[in-house]
Design a protein around this ligand. Structure first.
Ligand code: HAM
Length: 424
């Protein structure tokens, strides 16, 4: 039989690694909740058009990265990103109807059929935060400050905040034309991908990683010189709010993002703690997105943060540590009579919240059981054999101190409860 392994680009998580994930997840959720965001969960499967009509025809995600799931009657995809699914849910449940700002966060797996590499998976996990019904630059500032807070509170200080304005429907069309005029004489030196994008999405050339395209993009006209008055003011106020909050950032005209729905603010956090895939997170404003679901427009801004990359940064800085919780008590019963006492005790202790380990296999001898108690690093081991039973006692070993003592069987439970309450 051939070896059956996990799907390429998708990972199993367990043990101490998962314990670290859980600890980090808890911290991130706490900060999101402190900032007033409440959780929303959307299904893994969405109708294809949720993304194809919103994220953009010319984006990598829609062009080639979606996992298709088809039944006889429906064409669905595994969610490649959270924002479009979120907006679908908002419109469906009319969450925007309050007319007041609404703050939501999600923590969900995303699926993109990309070439896997360090920090890039096909199933990855994103924390996302979305602020709806808020069109102010302060809303954008909050989203960026929230991210800054998440990384800093996890001890990650090595990152760069890059912000940009990608304009709006008033000023962007003109800028696109200016860009096309600039790139047109150089079309032949652009990569194939950029040549394809030239007509409909010339701004995407600005974030191409290809050497030639990058060199040309560096000298391209900057959007900051072509923003309309409203976009300019919006950006200036965002800058002011970030400065007031002591968030260090820089304007970077190459931040155009790989998704179509952004307007005005677009941003990314990058870190040298990561490899070539150096984006810790990204996001921006997407005021018009709801219209693509046939709803009235409502303003919104948000971010998506890659959990795998956050964990890489946490591991690099060693700022958070966590491991699987070890048993407090290991019960070793030798013989049927001893099993009849320790097995019910094991369940009783577990019910009372004492981390209790016991191997129920009657064939295991004392040596094997003690070896196992050592392996799982239990704090205490209780041994109940024929000799102890005769004396109506049990042997209690302190595995850390290496000491042992005899305890009356009648007070074994209370003794274990007392000791485990003291030691964790
Ligand atoms: P995105 O830039 O496509 O934005 O993804 C956000 C983050 O998800 C990235 O910065 C990165 O940390 C992580 N990420 C993306 N692809 C992968 C991958 N293949 N493997 C591992 N991590 C990955 C969005 O998805 C937008 N929905 C963000 C947003 C929310 N904009 C507004 N609201």
């Amino acid at each position: 039989m051939s070896e059956i392994r996990a799907v390429r680009g998708m990972r199993d998580l367990y043990g101490d690694e998962l314990a670290l994930w859980s600890a980090v997840e808890e911290k991130v959720k706490k900060i999101l909740q402190n900032f007033g965001y409440s959780e929303i969960r959307t299904p893994v499967l969405e109708k294809k058009e949720v993304f194809s009509q919103t994220v953009g025809e010319d984006t990598d995600i829609v062009e080639k990265q979606m996992y298709n799931v088809e039944t006889e009657s429906e064409k669905m995809v595994l969610r490649p990103e959270g924002t479009a699914a979120f907006v679908r849910a908002v419109v469906e449940h009319q969450l925007q109807q309050t007319g007041h700002p609404g703050r939501y966060y999600y923590y969900l797996p995303m699926f993109r059929h990309e070439r896997p590499q360090k920090g890039r998976l096909r199933q990855f996990h994103q924390f996302g935060a979305e602020l709806i019904n808020d069109s102010t630059p302060e809303g954008d500032a909050e989203i960026i400050i929230l991210l800054d807070q998440i990384y800093r509170s996890l001890g990650i200080n090595e990152f760069e905040v890059r912000i940009n304005s990608v304009g709006c429907e008033t000023c962007r069309p003109t800028y696109k034309e200016v860009l096309k005029t600039y790139f047109r004489p150089h079309l032949a030196s652009l990569c194939e991908q950029c040549r394809k994008r030239f007509e409909r999405a010339p701004m995407r050339i600005l974030d191409c990683k290809g050497e030639q395209c990058k060199a040309l993009a560096a000298k391209a006209p900057k959007i900051s010189d072509h923003l309309c008055a409203d976009c300019k003011t919006h950006h200036a106020t965002l800058r002011k709010r970030l400065e007031q909050a002591a968030v260090v950032f820089r304007d970077d005209p190459s931040i155009v993002r790989g998704l179509d729905y952004y307007m005005r603010t677009a941003f990314e956090f990058t870190s040298t703690l990561l490899g070539a895939q150096d984006a810790l997170c990204g996001g921006g404003r997407y005021n018009g997105l709801s219209q693509r679901f046939g709803a009235k427009p409502f303003p919104a801004v948000g971010f998506g943060l890659g959990m795998e990359r956050l964990i890489m940064a946490v591991e690099a800085t060693q700022s958070t540590k966590a491991e699987v919780k070890k048993p407090q008590v290991y019960l070793a019963a030798l013989g049927d009579a001893a099993r009849d006492i320790l097995i019910p005790l094991a369940f009783k202790l577990k019910r009372q919240g004492v981390r209790t380990a016991m191997n129920f296999d009657p064939e295991k001898g004392l040596k094997a059981l003690l070896k196992d108690a050592n392996r799982v690093e239990s704090r205490y081991a209780v041994i109940l054999g024929e000799d102890e039973l005769k004396q109506q006692t049990a042997l209690l070993k302190d595995m850390v101190q290496g000491s042992q003592e005899t305890i009356a069987l009648g007070s074994l439970e209370s003794e274990l409860l007392r000791r485990t309450a003291l030691a964790t």
